[in-house]
Write a protein that binds this ligand. Structure first.
Ligand SMILES: [Zn+2]
Length: 406
């Protein structure tokens, strides 16, 4: 099975026939509420759909990710779309109810309409088309469609679980985070840190006997604010950032000198910045301030809808694929073949790529409809025509990849 006129035409024809089904599928995926950690219903729906579409395997793994397989060929590709969403909060003003999946004027609206249910709808229909066209002896791919859970809170972990614990080791990964129909090839990393200063408590009436932990934290906060302005710009990811996101203190009472102060840090990491380098920079600040402050990277515990417990460090490494890399180039070729601009870009936010590319070194790119800046907002919407074009991309991409490799 090769990229030729017949194949391209067959895919186009099948896609035209599936247009209505694709629209209904994205609508259904939006209608099934799937907040992080509460993905049981959507996973069951996706597994059932994979079975109905003739996928050779369809199941939910130990963590609770939906996994489907098409083909059994030597080139292994994971198509990953996280199918959890952030919550709808009371302050959000929606034009249409967030779980109605309203279609109007050629667009669909709702929670997850950008981040990132369209990719799953596209993967499923592309999978169905490939499954119906393929000849078993002559299909050079194994395509795993993964609906990953809990990405919003534990970016990377669900895909790490698929690759490491479920032992599905792909040659390449395609992510379905919104890219506005471009090929994305990297993202800034991020981490969290806690800085603690300790003092000596004393009665407020005898404060000269104490050492105030808040005052010890003060120069550190000032220097962090200064540091944020001076972080290096490294293209294509731009500049990292550092933000004091929380402060707490403790003492024996409100009328005492506090002996404990702690700040929480959000750190975005550009190319060349790592957990070690970010910690080292802060330790330099402590030295400059003659401070004995302590620093740690917090751990987060999670539990999936299947009851599987896990723990992750709050460190999500930066990754970037070279523009000239085979995977990126095959993505750009696919764009050109369907009449789109061959343009690459990077995400501002974090994705499951931190596991595949950042931690495990597996070539990774992303492609999907939708604007990144609409994610997590009440303005989530995509154009249904773009969803159809994206589905065409998903069906054709493996053939462009194998052509580039051979
Ligand atoms: Zn997302």
């Amino acid at each position: 099975m090769k990229l030729n006129k017949d194949l391209i035409q067959n895919i186009e024809k099948k896609l035209d026939e599936s247009q209505e089904e694709l629209n209904q599928l994205i609508q259904k995926l939006i209608q099934i509420r799937s907040y992080s950690g509460e993905e049981k219903d959507i996973v069951e729906f996706i597994v059932k759909t994979m079975q109905d579409y003739g996928f050779e395997e369809a199941y939910s793994d130990k963590l609770g990710n939906a996994i489907g397989r098409i083909g059994n060929g030597p080139l292994k590709i994971i198509y990953d779309a996280h199918i959890d969403t952030v919550r709808v909060t009371e302050s959000e003003k929606w034009e249409f109810p967030p779980f109605e999946g309203k279609i109007a004027g050629g667009k669909i609206y709702g929670r997850g309409a950008v981040d990132e249910k369209p990719a799953m709808a596209g993967y499923l229909i592309a999978g169905k088309i490939l499954q119906s066209l393929k000849n078993d002896d002559d299909f050079p791919f194994t395509i795993y469609v993964v609906g990953s859970v809990q990405e919003e809170d534990f970016d990377g972990y669900p895909l790490h679980h698929v690759i490491v614990n479920e032992k599905i080791q792909p040659d390449a990964v395609l992510l379905g985070e919104p890219t506005d129909m471009k090929v994305y090839r990297g993202q800034r990393g991020r981490m969290e840190m806690k800085i603690t200063t300790s003092g000596i408590s004393a009665h407020g009436a005898h404060n000269e006997k104490g050492v105030n932990a808040i005052y010890k934290m003060n120069p550190i906060i000032d220097k962090i604010e200064e540091m944020n302005k001076n972080l290096p710009v490294v293209e294509p990811l731009g500049k990292g950032s550092i933000t004091v996101s929380n402060i707490t203190s403790k003492g024996p009472s409100m009328c005492s000198v506090p002996d404990f102060c702690q700040v929480h840090i959000d750190r975005r990491l550009t190319l060349g910045e790592t957990q070690q380098s970010a910690i080292k920079e802060l330790k330099t600040i402590f030295l400059q301030s003659y401070s004995d402050a302590e620093i740690e990277v917090p751990k987060y515990k999670g539990e999936s809808w299947k009851g599987t417990k896990f723990e992750v460090d709050a460190y999500f490494p930066t990754w970037v694929m070279d523009e000239k890399d085979t995977l990126v180039q095959s993505g750009l070729d696919t764009l050109a073949s369907i009449g789109l601009q061959s343009e690459s870009g990077v995400w501002s936010f974090s994705t499951n790529g931190i596991a595949s590319a950042g931690q495990l070194g597996i070539p990774t790119i992303g492609f999907a409809p939708g604007k990144e800046e609409l994610a997590h907002s009440s303005k989530e919407e995509i154009d249904l025509k773009e969803l159809k074009t994206a589905t065409q991309f998903y069906a054709l991409f493996p053939f462009h990849l194998i052509e580039k490799i051979n």
